[in-house]
Design a protein. Structure first.
Length: 346
C-alpha cells in the first residue's frame, strides 16, 4: 500500500494523459470539465468544452446567462440535470464565493450538482488539496487491485472503497504529487484498467493486483444485478404551420429533459387532435406516421412514434409554453437528442 501512490505518480508522469485543455489550475475550467466528463467520453467533451468556454469564458458569464442558452449549448451531451445544476452552481459560486471555488472539498460538495468525488477532483487540480476521488474508473481500479467483492454501488462496498481511497493517498507534497496522483487514477482506469480487455502487462500495479494474480479481471468489479428494463411509449407530434415552422413546447423544469424544448406528446394518435385542440388551441390534421424508433435511457426504454401533423387553424396559446420555430432555430435551441434526430429528418 505504501508504494501504490509512488508507482502511480511515476506512471502518470511518463505514460498518463497530458495536454488536455482543462489540465490547468483554474477552478472554473476544472469544474466545467469534471461536470462534462461525468458519464461522457473525453473525445465528446473535447468538442463541447471549447465551445462552452467561448460562449461563457468566465463563471460570471455563465451565472448571468439565461438557462435556455446553457441548455442549447449543452444539447447533445445528455443527462441535462448536469446543465441545470451547472447553471445553479455558477450562480452559487458567484453569490457565495465571489466567483472563486473554495479550496475545501467539503464546501465544494455542498454546491449544486457536485458530489464528494467531483469536489475532491476540483480542489486537487485547482489548489493541490489532498482529497480522495472515487468515480467509476477509480472504483474499477481499486476493486481489482484490492480484490474487493460485491457490486460497488452497494453502500457497504462503496464505504470500503472510500476507506481504501483515503488510505492510498500520497503524503502532502508541495511539488504537486496529488495532481499527478489524481490524474493517474483517472488515466489508469480510462486507458489501462478498462472494463473489457485490460492491458495488465503495462499496468504499474500488476505485481500486486489481486484480480490479476487470481485471473479474475473479468469478474471484478462485481457486475450490477440485472433486472428487467421497463419499456414506455409515446407519440411525438411534428406540427407544422403554413410558414413551415415546427411547434415545440417547453418541458417542466424537473424530470426527463427538464427545461428543454421538445415536441408535443400524446399517448395515442387517436386522442391527438382533441388533446391538441384543448391544450394548445390548434386544429390539426394528421399525416402518415413515421417509423418508430427506440431511445434508451439509464432506467428504461422509450419507443417514440413521430407523428407529422398540419395546423389548419388556431394559434398556440402562449400560456401553454408552446412556440413556433423554424427548423434552423429549433435545431439551435436546447432540445433532446431524439428530438434533434427527428427534426433532422423533417
Amino acid at each position: 500500500m505504501s508504494t501504490f501512490s509512488a508507482r502511480l505518480i511515476a506512471w502518470q508522469q511518463q505514460h498518463g494523459r497530458h495536454g488536455l485543455p482543462w489540465q490547468i489550475a483554474d477552478g472554473y475550467k476544472v469544474w466545467l470539465s469534471e461536470i462534462m466528463l461525468q458519464q461522457t467520453q473525453v473525445t465528446t467533451v473535447l468538442d463541447y468544452y471549447p465551445r462552452f468556454l467561448t460562449k461563457f469564458p468566465t463563471i460570471f458569464d455563465l451565472a448571468a446567462a439565461p438557462l435556455d442558452d446553457v441548455l442549447a449549448l449543452w444539447s447533445g451531451l445528455g443527462y441535462y440535470t448536469r446543465a441545470r445544476n451547472l447553471h445553479k452552481c455558477a450562480q452559487a459560486v458567484v453569490s457565495q464565493y465571489d466567483g472563486q471555488f473554495p479550496a475545501d472539498p467539503a464546501l465544494v460538495a455542498e454546491l449544486p450538482g457536485i458530489g464528494r468525488s467531483t469536489a475532491a477532483a476540483i480542489t486537487a487540480f485547482s489548489y493541490g488539496t489532498r482529497a480522495a476521488i472515487l468515480d467509476g474508473n477509480v472504483k474499477r481500479v481499486l476493486t481489482r487491485w484490492a480484490g474487493i467483492e460485491g457490486y460497488p454501488g452497494v453502500k457497504a462496498v462503496e464505504n470500503k472503497l472510500w476507506d481504501l481511497a483515503n488510505a492510498l493517498l500520497p503524503p502532502t507534497d508541495p511539488t504537486g504529487g496529488i495532481e499527478a496522483y489524481t490524474q493517474g487514477l483517472m488515466d489508469l482506469g480510462a486507458t489501462v484498467c478498462t472494463p473489457k480487455k485490460p492491458t495488465c502487462l503495462t499496468c504499474p500495479m500488476n505485481t500486486d493486483c489481486q484480480a490479476r494474480l487470481s485471473n479474475r479481471q473479468t469478474e471484478l468489479p462485481t457486475p450490477k444485478p440485472k433486472r428487467a428494463v421497463p419499456e414506455k411509449s409515446t407519440v411525438m407530434l411534428i406540427i407544422r404551420n403554413d410558414a413551415g415552422q415546427i411547434l415545440l413546447e417547453k418541458r417542466p423544469p424537473s424530470g426527463i429533459w427538464g427545461g428543454l424544448w421538445s415536441l408535443p406528446e400524446v399517448e395515442s394518435t387517436l386522442t391527438a387532435t382533441d388533446l391538441v385542440a384543448q391544450k394548445l388551441g390548434l386544429n390539426i390534421e394528421l399525416d402518415p406516421a413515421l417509423p418508430d424508433f427506440v431511445h434508451v435511457f439509464t432506467h428504461y426504454k422509450l419507443t417514440i412514434t413521430p407523428q407529422p401533423a398540419y395546423a389548419m387553424a388556431g394559434i398556440a396559446a402562449q400560456e401553454s409554453g408552446a412556440q413556433w420555430f423554424s427548423i434552423k432555430d429549433a435545431l439551435a435551441a436546447g432540445i433532446p437528442t431524439p428530438i434533434r434526430k427527428i427534426l433532422s429528418k423533417v
